[in-house]
Design a protein around this ligand. Structure first.
Ligand code: F0G
Length: 451
């Protein structure tokens, strides 16, 4: 880890420390708040450490033709914007990033929007956006010489951490809530060789246990309180700006759980503006599930000045989080970009997920909150027909196949949840049918499924 180009800035009290002075729990010793990575050379226009925006755009485009592992990574291709390593030989990469930006034609038509896109972070090596952050923080862990890394997780962080630790030759410890994560994610942690503990508590309980463990043993914490995770997770913002030819969309809509991702993307756009790579910021809106909505409540009750933790309940298990660590950072991003924070119901999530599936993309339930939230923002006019909108899809559809199968079998939602939405749900459901092994029987099924 290089201490000469970056420092850590406390989000709460403003304290600045060197990277090597961070405590094992990454909390500020003065006030207990979280740190952000800061690059002092960037704010001084004459500084030698301030990257030149024109040269960067050219260099990053050139690297697309390179066969070097580092250049093929959609995170390290932009390494000038995350100068956190002493030696790039320590970078652990699975060629993360470089995720597709798809057009969503059917949803755009239905909502009356000209330009609607999905940035599909589920197309990363372990199937979620966590890979972009994990490559950055795991590389730091290796450079610092740790043998063990650990995280508490609703599933995706643990899958990503286990994979990158295996690549780095490090041991990994995963704490997950017993029975409340999708099978695909648990399978990944096992497959990549993590020591996996299912604790009889929720995600917030796992975080508390781990915070104590890292004080007692030399284990590198890889939850998103680790500020280096966010340095990797800001790079999809750069990919989006590059795809828009260094303009930005009017809106970026992001799911909210522990609220690190929205914070990281906001940081990415803020830094690009500071360096003159882009001229303005997109409005960044965060969408939560109704049963796990502490930030949406905070905005409704106190304009984001205070946050009351909730006991979280949602089938979108990835965002089943009641006490989000990065909420203050997310509030700043929403307010500085002019975005909003909303919540959506279980029914709205299920319908939106099926609609994204029907466009040939698919995603995990937590990602579908973005389309459900966009419908609300469009309905009340906060998103205009001429606006360009990017939905950030965070996880691959195969992460939680049970959810999808239950929806199509008609066993996901309760009668009460489905009430009033029956026609919409029926039009989306595509249950598998058991038929006799004859062409006639199969053709009869086809005829019966008109439309
Ligand atoms: N979408 C998916 C698929 C996730 O896995 C998560 C978080 C989020 C959205 C929310 O992102 O926490 O940065 O606001 N998953 C974490 C985990 C907490 O442990 O995998 P956030």
């Amino acid at each position: 880890m290089t201490d000469n180009l970056h420092q850590l800035h406390c989000f709460g009290c403003g304290e600045r420390i060197s990277g090597s002075a961070a405590r094992p729990d990454f909390r500020c010793a003065q006030c207990g708040d979280l740190f952000e990575v800061e690059y002092p050379g960037w704010s001084q226009r004459q500084s030698n450490n301030r990257p030149n925006s024109g040269a960067l755009k050219w260099l990053w485009r050139e690297r697309r033709c390179s066969s070097e592992a580092l250049d093929q990574s959609g995170v390290w291709r932009f390494r000038e914007l995350l100068p956190i390593l002493n030696s790039y030989g320590n970078a652990i990469t699975l060629r993360e990033g470089n995720t597709p930006l798809y057009t969503l034609t059917r949803a755009a038509r239905a909502l009356g929007i000209d330009q609607l896109f999905a940035k599909h972070q589920g197309m990363n090596p372990t199937g979620s956006f966590k890979d972009t952050g994990m490559t950055a923080a795991m590389s730091v862990a290796r450079e610092l010489g740790f043998e063990w890394v650990a995280c508490a997780s609703t599933g995706n962080t643990s899958a990503a951490m286990a994979a990158y630790a295996a690549r780095a030759g490090l041991r990994s410890l995963v704490l997950i809530p017993d029975g409340k994560i999708a099978w695909g994610k648990l399978a990944q942690a096992m497959d990549y060789g993590a020591v996996t503990c299912q604790l009889k508590t929720d995600f917030d309980g796992c975080v508390k246990v781990l915070a104590k463990i890292v004080q007692e043993a030399p284990i590198y914490l890889l939850n998103s309180v680790n500020p280096y995770r966010l340095e990797g997770q800001k790079t999809p913002a750069i990919e989006i700006a590059e795809a828009f030819d260094w303009n930005v969309p009017d809106h970026l809509i992001v799911p909210g759980g522990n609220l690190a991702n929205s914070s990281a993307l906001g940081k990415g756009f803020r830094e690009m503006r500071e360096l003159g790579l882009i001229a303005r910021l997109p409005r960044i809106s965060v969408i939560q599930a109704e049963g796990a909505n502490p930030l949406a409540r905070s905005f409704a009750q106190s304009e984001g000045t205070a946050l009351e933790p909730v006991e979280a309940h949602t089938r979108a298990t990835a965002i089943r989080i009641g006490n989000p660590a990065s909420w203050r950072k997310a509030v700043r991003v929403i307010q500085e970009t002019g975005g909003w924070c909303l919540d959506v119901t279980e029914t709205e999530i299920a319908i939106a997920k099926a609609e994204l599936g029907a466009e040939g993309l698919g995603c995990e339930p937590a990602s579908a909150v973005t389309l459900a939230g966009l419908k609300k923002l469009r309905a009340d006019g906060r998103v205009a027909p001429s606006d360009s909108v990017v939905l950030l899809l965070t996880g691959h559809t195969l992460k939680d196949a049970d959810y999808t199968i239950d929806f199509h079998r008609g066993t996901l939602l309760t009668e009460q949840e489905a009430s009033g939405h029956e026609a919409e749900i029926d039009a989306l459901r595509r249950n598998a049918v058991g038929v006799d092994a004859t062409p006639e029987a199969v053709l009869a099924v086809m005829k019966g499924s008109a439309g």
